[in-house]
Structures are given as structure tokens and as C-alpha cells.
Ligand binder design. Structure first.
Ligand code: AMP
Ligand code: GLY
Length: 418
């Protein structure tokens, strides 16, 4: 089968690498891809959000199956458009992807169906939002309603910080229309765990639990980023907690989406907080997480194409999904200055010195005319390693990082250490 993966980050590199292991994948395409993906797939220069061009490309080429990875084309209806053109596509339709693209929708869903989450209020009026913050006090959490590349959330430790966040979203339009409605939430406490799950709308199969590191600097300091590193499985996600999540969160969410006439097929991402009152949902995403996917799919034993097809065909109950034992860790190497201003175009050296057992997933990279690999984004590489246990996987990932260099490279030195 010939398969097209839509997207071009570290997550898509990990998806392509897992698909490449399938004996049933013949030609693998990725749009737009990056310099690392180009080593295992044919990269096609179409932006991930360009639905018309993507459908036209698939129709003009012998492609049998499309996997849409990023949030924005899903929210824009790329899977719907592929299906309308008679193309088999993996990922939720737009009416289900809304579980990520609107926090107002997802909070309303959880409230309606009794799925545990933080208490919240929605505001379209800035003065009312500010009055509510002053009445509730801090700590308090301010979120832009729409997609904001994982950066539209401010966990405010004092009232002024929360008020500033509301102003930057609603008045200064820092996230454009995404901030015209804001959600203000109770601040929850406890360790965070990410659980990604495959679902065909009937069966839901969680992957290995994982943990992201969203803040830019060590000790969870600095601004929120798309994710600076991740590991799996999470030692905090015990079998008992997994059972509770299945009963109180995972199955109820899938059932709720069906009841709403928005059946969810694809990968659903549960951002969870293990609070003193039990596991609660921080956020849903409608897709694989980045960088969680890099360690998770590195540990997948089952053929990923078999899983993707079973999801599309609503036969997920017939697939036995197996994982390697041990642990995996991914350390993100980012451009200095990320997540705010940073420069691109620096040469990346040392990639050829990385030992073979360490996987370097590319995110923001591109190949120059002379064959050099250059930085081309905020998150540049996701250096990923497996180990018999978490400390071994972490040590191996950092051994990989130490081989690689580019100007102003920035990475956290504490991934998985907490
Ligand atoms: P989100 O984009 O919704 O995942 O939020 C980004 C990060 O903000 C999360 O990973 C949490 O660390 C934090 N966060 C979001 N909502 C809350 C909340 N209600 N209470 C405490 N922390 C939160
Ligand atoms: N790592 C967080 C996300 O993918 O949204």
C-alpha cells in the first residue's frame, strides 16, 4: 500500500518511521515533511493545512491511505475532504476534532456527561472575566478557547498575572480569534500524565502512558512550549489509576461523542492530572501528541498500518497491540529563544556521530543545497532512546544529545528526572 502522512514535525517523523517498519507499506509519502523524514519517505511540498492541494495530490497519485497528524488540518476538515473524495483517511472528522479545537466545547462535554475536570467559566466579555478572576483569587488558569499551538494557557500564580493574560488574549488578540472567548478554570494540583489512545468510536485502546515537559527550562520554569521532551511509560500511572481512567474518563468520553453525533475515530489524547480527588482531564487533543509520540511509537511492536486500518474500518477489537518492555525517553533540542523569537538556518553537526541504537527524529530541519542539515524551526530534533528502565533510557537519550551541536542549541537537562 502507498501511504501519505500529513505533517512535518518530530511526531510525523516517528509516525513515518513506524509505518516504514510495516511490510505492507510500499511507497511512503509525507507532506510537507522535513530533512529527517526525507531519508525514509518522499516529501511533497504541500502545506499541512492546504486541504484542496492535498486532496488533488492524492487523487493524482497512486495513494491508498492518508494519515492526518496535526491539529489544524483535522479541525479544518481534511479527513472529511479525503472521505468525500473517496480516499481512506485516518483521523477524526472536523465535527469530532472540535474536542481539541474548542475548549468551550470540550469543557461543556465534560460537564454534560460528568467527566471529571476542573471547574470553569467561559467569558466573551473582558471586564466580566477580570471581575470573575478578582472574585475567585489565585492561583487560577486562563485559556484561549481555540487552537494556540499549545501556548494559549496561563497558569497564573497571582491575580495580576491572570488579568494580564486575559488582556493579552481578549484585547491585544495575542492568539487572534482563538482568544475572543476565554475559559477561566480552577487550578488543579498533582502529577500530569498523558494517555494517547487509538479508538474506532467503539473500542478504545490506550497506548503506553507518558509524560511531556511543557515548560521551556529545567525544573518546569519558563514559558509553556509545544513540549521539550517526553518519556514513557509513566511510573505514576499505576494499573489502578489506569482502570479508574478507563471507567470514568476514556469510555465515557467516547460514549459522549457518539451521543453527540460526533463519533471519534483516530487517536485521542487525554491530558490528565492525578489530583488528590482522583484523575481529572486537563485537556483533550484530537491527535498524537508531540513529543510524546516519539518515545511511544519507538516502543510499538505491532504493525502501525494494521492499527490505522483497523481504526478506519471500525475493527480495532481484532488487533492485538503490543509494546516493548522497558522505557523510552525523548529529549527535544530547540533553537535558542524558542518558544518566542529564535533564528533559523544554522548548520546541525554531529548527526553522523550518534550511535545507531539512538533515534534522532527531526522536527524543524531542512536540507541545504550542499547537503548540510540546517535548523528550520523552534523545536529542531527529538533525540530518543530506549532502555531497560527509565534511568537507562534517559542516560542513552542524553548520550545522543551530546553528539549533536548547532548554534544556540537549547535543551532541558532534566527530562524524566523528577
Ligand atoms: P493545556 O494546553 O490545556 O494542556 O495546558 C497546558 C498546561 O497548563 C497543562 O499541561 C498544565 O500543566 C497546565 N494546566 C492547564 N489547565 C490547568 C488547570 N486547570 N490546573 C492546573 N494546571 C493546568
Ligand atoms: N505535547 C503536547 C501536545 O502535543 O499537545
Amino acid at each position: 500500500m502507498n501511504v501519505l502522512v500529513v505533517g512535518g514535525g518530530g511526531r510525523e517523523h516517528a509516525i513515518c518511521a513506524a509505518l516504514k517498519r510495516s511490510p505492507r507499506v510500499d511507497q511512503l509519502y509525507c507532506a510537507p515533511g522535513n530533512a529527517g523524514i526525507a531519508q525514509i519517505a518522499t516529501c511533497v511540498d504541500i502545506q499541512a493545512t492546504d486541504i484542496a492541494a492535498m486532496v488533488a495530490f492524492v487523487k493524482a497519485n497512486p495513494i491508498d491511505f492518508v494519515m492526518v497528524a496535526p491539529d489544524d488540518p483535522l479541525a479544518l476538515g481534511m479527513v472529511d475532504a479525503m472521505e468525500a473524495a473517496g480516499i481512506r483517511a485516518f483521523g477524526p472528522r472536523a465535527n469530532a476534532a472540535i474536542i481539541e479545537s474548542s475548549k468551550v466545547f470540550s469543557k461543556g462535554l465534560m460537564e454534560k456527561y460528568g467527566i471529571p475536570t476542573a471547574k470553569y467559566r467561559v467569558f466573551t466579555d473582558m471586564d466580566q472575566a477580570i471581575a470573575y478572576i478578582r472574585a475567585e483569587g489565585a492561583p487560577i488558569v486562563v485559556k484561549a478557547d481555540g487552537l494556540a499551538l499549545g501556548k494559549g494557557v496561563v497558569v497564573a500564580t497571582d491575580v495580576d498575572m491572570a488579568v494580564d493574560a486575559v488582556k493579552s488574549m481578549m484585547q491585544d488578540k495575542k492568539f487572534g480569534d482563538s482568544g475572543s472567548r476565554v475559559v477561566i478554570e480552577e487550578c488543579m494540583t498533582g502529577p500530569e500524565v498523558t494517555v494517547l489512545a487509538f479508538t474506532d468510536g467503539k473500542t478504545i485502546v490506550p497506548m503506553l502512558s507518558s509524560q511531556d515537559h511543557k515548560r521551556a527550562y529545567n525544573d518546569d520554569k519558563g514559558p509553556n512550549t509545544g513540549g521539550m521532551g517526553a518519556f514513557c511509560p509513566s511510573p505514576k500511572y499505576t494499573p489502578e489509576i489506569a482502570q479508574t481512567c478507563m471507567e470514568t474518563i476514556f469510555r465515557p468520553t467516547i460514549a459522549a461523542m457518539n451521543k453527540e453525533g460526533r463519533p471519534f475515530k483516530g487517536v485521542i489524547y487525554f491530558g490528565l492530572m492525578l489530583t488528590p480527588d482522583g484523575p481529572r482531564v486537563v485537556e483533550y487533543n484530537a491527535r498524537f501528541g508531540d513529543p510524546e509520540t516519539q518515545p511511544i511509537l519507538s516502543m510499538l511492536e505491532t504493525d502501525l498500518l494494521d492499527i490505522f486500518e483497523a481504526v478506519v474500518d471500525e475493527k480495532l477489537d481484532t488487533v492485538d497491540i503490543r509494546w516493548k518492555s522497558g522505557a523510552a525517553c525523548c529529549v527535544v533540542m530547540a533553537s535558542g529563544g524558542y518558544p518566542t523569537a529564535y533564528k533559523k538556518g544554522y548548520e546541525i553537526t554531529g548527526l553522523d556521530r550518534v550511535p545507531e541504537d539512538i533515534i534522532v527524529y527531526h522536527a524543524g530541519t531542512k536540507r541545504a543545497g550542499d547537503g548540510k542539515i540546517l535548523t528550520n524551526g523552534g523545536r529542531v530534533l527529538g533525540v530518543t532512546a530506549l532502555g531497560s528502565d527509565l534511568p537507562a533510557a534517559i542516560a542513552r537519550a542524553y548520550a545522543g544529545v551530546s553528539c549533536i551541536d548547532f548554534t544556540d542549541a537549547h535543551y532541558r537537562t532534566d527530562i524524566g528526572k523528577k
